[in-house]
Write a new protein. Structure first.
Length: 95
């Protein structure tokens, strides 16, 4: 199993647009083969921080996701709504 934790920094004025794109990404991704979990959260202490938590059956399933047309379309479109590059952590379950 592969887990991804991605942290994006938004601006208050663009939060709604980015959340709409995240919703679309989640709705499409959860139907993708190999996706176990794909959730979006806003940080309780800073609502301009969005955290995506993903679980994939394998690295191959994750790669299929990140190379998909819909993923690139949404990520490219959302880039103008974030204030800095996202922090992305790809983790392998050990326990």
């Amino acid at each position: 199993m592969v887990t991804v934790i991605a942290k994006s920094y938004l601006t208050e004025e663009n939060r709604v647009q980015l959340l709409e794109m995240a919703k679309e990404l989640v709705e499409i991704t959860v139907k993708q083969s190999g996706c176990i979990r794909y959730d979006a959260y806003l940080d309780e202490n800073d609502p301009n921080v969005m955290i995506m938590v993903e679980e994939w059956e394998s690295k191959e399933a994750l790669n299929n996701h990140t190379t998909s047309e819909y993923y690139h379309k949404i990520v490219t479109k959302s880039a103008k709504y974030i204030t800095q590059m996202p922090e992305v952590h790809v983790c392998n379950k050990v326990l």
